[in-house]
Design a protein around this ligand. Structure first.
Ligand code: GLP
Length: 253
C-alpha cells in the first residue's frame, strides 16, 4: 500500500495558496496535454488569486501557451443553479479563473447543474473526463465531514460520478454563499466520484485553518473507510498534502 501523502507544511494560508498556484503552473508546463481537476470553496479562492497574479507576471508568449492549452474539469456543481447564478460554482470559476486568466470558458468545464436529467449529466460528465484522457493534476479541498468533491460519507472508494444528496453538515458549511441559510443551499449536487478522484495521476490536497485540523488528522491517521471519504486518498500513490500550521495543529499529535 502507498505510504500516504507527502506533506508540505507551510506557515499560513497565503503561503499555501502561493505554493499551490506555483505547482499548478509547473504542472501545466510539464503535462500540458493532461486536464486539470479543480475545486471551489474558500480554501481555493486565494489559490486562484495567486495563480492569476503569477500568470500576469509570465512573459506574454508563455501566458498565451497556457491559455491555448488550458483544459480543466471541476469536481462538482449544485443541481438546480444556473451557471450565471453568482452562487453557482460555474460563476465562481468565471470570476476567479476564466476572466482573470483570460481563458476560453469552453476550456473550463463543470457539470451542468441545470440538466433536465442530472443522473444522465453525471454519466456524460464522467465520459467527458475519460475522453479527455482522465485528470492529470487534481486539486482537492477537504469538507468538515471528510468529503472531497461532494462525496459525502458514507462513500465507497469505487463510487462513480453521480448525483448526491448534500448532508446537513455540508449545507451548513456552504451556507455563507446563501445568505447564511443552510436550507437555501441546494439539496443535491453532481460530483466526480471517488473512482474518478482516485484515478487522477497526481493529487494536491489543500487544507487550511484550525477548523479542519481534527478531520484532517482522522483522514490521515485512521484506517481508510467510507465514513471519511478523504481517507481513501491513503490508497493513492501520488498525493501531496499542502497545509498551513493551524490545519496541521492536531495532525502532528
Ligand atoms: C465543498 C466543495 C469541495 C471543497 C470543500 C471545502 O463543499 N464541494 O470541493 O473543496 O467543500 O470547502 P472550503 O474550502 O470552502 O472549506
Amino acid at each position: 500500500m502507498p505510504s500516504g501523502p507527502t506533506l508540505l507544511p507551510l506557515g499560513n494560508g497565503a503561503a499555501v495558496a502561493d505554493a499551490v498556484a506555483a505547482r499548478m503552473l509547473l504542472d501545466r508546463r510539464r503535462h500540458p496535454d493532461r486536464p486539470l481537476g479543480l475545486a471551489t470553496g474558500r480554501t481555493m479562492e486565494p489559490v486562484y488569486r495567486r495563480l492569476a497574479a503569477r500568470v500576469a507576471d509570465l512573459p506574454a508568449a508563455e501566458a498565451e501557451v497556457l491559455r491555448r492549452g488550458w483544459c480543466s474539469f471541476n469536481l462538482d456543481a449544485y443541481v438546480g443553479l444556473p451557471p450565471a447564478d453568482p452562487r453557482a460554482f460555474a460563476a465562481e470559476m468565471e470570476r476567479l479563473l476564466v476572466r482573470p486568466l483570460g481563458l476560453d470558458p469552453r476550456r473550463v468545464r463543470l457539470p451542468d447543474g441545470l440538466a433536465a436529467d442530472p443522473e444522465a449529466e453525471a454519466r456524460r460528465y464522467a465520459e467527458a473526463v475519460a475522453t479527455a484522457g482522465g485528470i492529470g493534476l487534481l486539486l482537492l479541498g477537504l469538507g468538515l465531514n471528510g468529503h472531497v468533491g461532494f462525496n459525502e460519507p458514507p462513500c465507497l472508494a469505487t463510487a462513480p460520478c453521480r448525483v448526491v444528496a448534500l448532508s446537513a453538515t455540508t449545507r451548513r458549511q456552504n451556507a455563507g454563499a446563501f445568505g447564511g441559510d443552510p436550507a437555501a443551499v441546494p439539496a443535491r449536487a453532481i460530483t466526480l466520484g471517488m473512482a474518478e478522484i482516485l484515478a487522477a495521476e497526481r493529487i494536491l490536497l489543500v487544507v487550511t485553518g484550525a477548523a479542519k485540523a481534527t478531520i484532517l488528522r482522522r483522514c490521515l491517521r485512521e484506517p481508510p473507510g467510507p465514513e471519511r471519504p478523504a481517507s481513501w486518498l491513503q490508497h493513492h500513490p501520488d498525493v501531496t498534502l499542502i497545509a498551513d500550521a493551524t490545519a496541521l495543529g492536531a495532525a502532528d499529535g
